[in-house]
Design a protein around this ligand. Sequence first.
Ligand SMILES: [Zn+2]
Ligand SMILES: [Zn+2]
Length: 356
Amino acid sequence: MRTVRVWLKRDSGQYWPSIYHAMPSPCSCMSFNPETRRLSIGLDNGTISEFILSEDYNKMTLVKSYQAHQSRVMMILFVLEMEWVLSTGQDKHFTWHCSESGQRLGGYRTNAGACGLQFDVETRHVFVGDHSGQVTILKLEQESCSLVTTFKGHTGGVTALCWDPVQRVLFSGSSDHSIIMWDIGGRKGTAIELQGHNDKVQSLSYAHHTRQLISCGADGGIVVWNMDVERQETPEWLDSDSCQKCDQPFFWNFKQMWDNKKIGLRQHHCRKCGKAVCGKCSSKRSSIPLMGFEFEVRVCDSCHESITDEERAPTATFHDSKHNIVHVHFDATRGWLLTSGTDKVIKLWDMTPVVS
Ligand SMILES: [Zn+2]
Ligand SMILES: [Zn+2]
């Protein structure tokens, strides 16, 4: 779409556009700063156009253009404290500009196109999540940046990032349907998995006051996660030549199969203890919410017996937006969530009944 619309709530209670602005190239992303009424719009041609909205929201004035990327701008983040405009592009670059002078301050080449971008004002670290599934942490100085570290936990590309500066944890969402909570500040190196979507995760928002994570997926699901519980890391999957419960050999263990004259079995893994088990010793399923499995997963028979009903109590609530969510904006102060879908409909949700 080549147009920007500003929707105002009218006396009738309905939203109508007050501005209908045509752009020279299709719009790919935007960032709005309410304090300065500054609207930064990323375009398919690599440009970022910066507008100031009038006080009555009836007019938008172009103030600056940044030639930020060679191709489509994928993410924009305006940091008022630094007067910086951070962006990622399809050209596999992260760049940042000074929003006062319009000058380009620097850039960094990422592994792949990046869809997740977060910034920690206090330490000036930027988090970039890309299509290869990697998260890159960079430290930004006034005119240079240095690589701090990279990490990878998803089997699909990173589609969303969310930084909680209070707990100092980073959430990453992926096209592999999962969310990982990375403990950055605690330096314990824990990575906690959250499984609650049936399709790719499209956006992540965090409600600091209630310690709830809101994830939205292409499956239309809005999941509200209680992060005020002690969650556990999922176990490393153990490898074994035979079932660690009944000792039956797995099918690649030819020696033992020959000796015992037995047909090998397929190896499965218990999601709770990580043991390699055969299908017969892991016939039951259970949810393990504190390990992030809100849906039922494979567990071995002894783990199935050990999981109490209390431990099965869900730690998330599930809501159906009834459209395939593409973009999301969460207004934490009002508790409103805005979703837009592939059906081109914009929906406004009052999340206060569940986020409070
Ligand atoms: Zn077995
Ligand atoms: Zn087990």
